[in-house]
Design a binder for this molecule. Structure first.
Ligand SMILES: Cc1ncc(COP(=O)(O)O)c(C=O)c1O
Length: 380
């Protein structure tokens, strides 16, 4: 019914991912969008709206708001009030606004490390000290070092959480979130939980749990940021939202947005509504396809001596430890082999590379073959 094997030429489509290696024989497996066509319902809704021909200022429809409220309740067990929603043109602007809105001058912003690199940049952009808490491998999963979090929390006003974690692939458990919340409570931290990858849980034994759903106390000190962008491959349409139960926090964010934060793009609203209305069977099929891709990566990594991938539960981004290969520049090495990965250094650990497997199985197979040949040749 859905054909994720179909190769679609993305050259000359203003694609950041594909333009990077234009004219070179390098498969782009870096920035986080997929090579899959969005669900037909999204494409149809956009076509219809474009046909209307008038693209003035816009606002979310009551139906979109209803769909989000229902989705959070049904899919994630979180009952929210529509008034808690704040629409944003992106989650990254949301992270930066969080630094502005919820911290005092001189007070730190905590992020995990490694983490999606805009987390590492947001505190500095907003003139706040960046405080890092390491992700540590525990029972094969990347989790936050809670002792370090407790130490850092004393100097901070805000924790930027990434759940599920990019690049580590961890979906945090209720107990893990409750432990973070206990620290946030003791040190009066606001928790901004970036849950943009929440629909992309690959581990069939795991259900995503929004930070705000773990307890009323957690809800009262958090913002949860979500979007249909990764889920339905519509990141270029720039529609995201924050769920902020606490009225004072919500007001402060809205104040910080005034005059500098763009409205959501009309077509972003249209795509979001269509995706949430009718895209979930496509999503389930995509998840199965991604599980197949992940299995292929796990098999390949198991063949590569010393190379490691921790238990990967969510996202289409694999965080691969290549320290054992002893490469000076892992990215240049794999580019030379014809595969364009994201540098681990950007996320906070240069011994890793991040591989985006939101692509056709054939592309992934070719990329893994190229990587394997290069690794074996390097190891002589
Ligand atoms: C954890 C995380 N947050 C945010 C984003 C980007 O969000 P946006 O495009 O809505 O700014 C990404 C994209 O890769 C991401 O992985």
């Amino acid at each position: 019914m859905f054909d994720f094997d179909k190769e679609i030429d993305r050259s000359n489509t203003m694609s950041l991912k594909w333009d990077k290696y234009k004219g070179q024989d390098v498969l782009p497996m870096w920035v986080a969008d997929t090579d899959f066509r969005s669900p037909e319902c999204v494409i149809e809704a956009l076509g219809k709206r474009v046909e209307h021909g008038i693209f003035g200022y816009s606002r979310p429809s009551p139906r979109l708001i209803e769909l989000i409220v229902n989705r959070l309740a049904e899919r994630y067990g979180w009952q929210i009030d529509p008034s808690w929603l704040v629409f944003l043109p992106g989650v990254v602007p949301g992270l930066n606004l969080a630094c502005r809105a919820w911290t005092a001058p001189g007070r730190g912003v905590i992020t995990p490390k490694p983490v999606y690199y805009p987390f590492l940049l947001a505190p500095g952009i907003n003139d706040r000290p960046l405080l890092n808490v390491p992700m540590v491998e525990q029972d094969g999963r990347w989790v936050l070092d809670l002792e370090e979090l407790e130490l850092q929390a004393a100097g901070a006003d805000l924790l930027l959480l990434c759940h599920p974690h990019n690049p580590g692939g961890t979906a945090f458990t209720r107990d893990e979130l409750l432990a973070i919340q206990a620290i946030a409570e003791r040190h009066d931290l606001v928790v901004c939980s970036d849950e943009i990858h929440c629909d992309l849980i690959l581990d069939k034994n795991v259900r995503h749990l929004p930070y705000g759903a773990i307890s009323p106390e957690a809800a009262d000190r958090c913002a949860v940021m979500m979007a249909p962008s990764k889920t339905f491959n519509i990141a270029g349409l720039c529609c995201s939202f924050a769920v902020i139960p606490n009225e004072r926090l919500r007001f402060r964010l809205q104040q910080a947005m005034r005059g500098i934060c763009a409205d959501v793009n009309l077509l972003g609203f249209v795509a979001a509504e269509a995706a949430y209305e009718g895209g979930d069977s496509w999503l389930e099929a995509q998840l199965d396809y991604l599980r197949g891709n992940l299995a292929l990566i796990e098999e390949a990594v198991a063949r590569w001596p010393g190379v490691n991938l921790a238990r990967h539960q969510a996202t289409y981004l694999a965080w691969i430890d290549v320290a054992a290969l002893g490469l000076d520049n892992p990215i240049a090495f794999f580019e030379q082999a014809g595969v364009g990965l994201s540098p681990g250094a950007q996320f906070g650990n240069g011994q890793f590379v991040r591989l985006n497997f939101g692509c056709t199985r054939a592309t992934l197979r070719e990329a893994l073959d190229r990587m394997e040949r290069a690794i074996l040749a390097h190891q002589g």
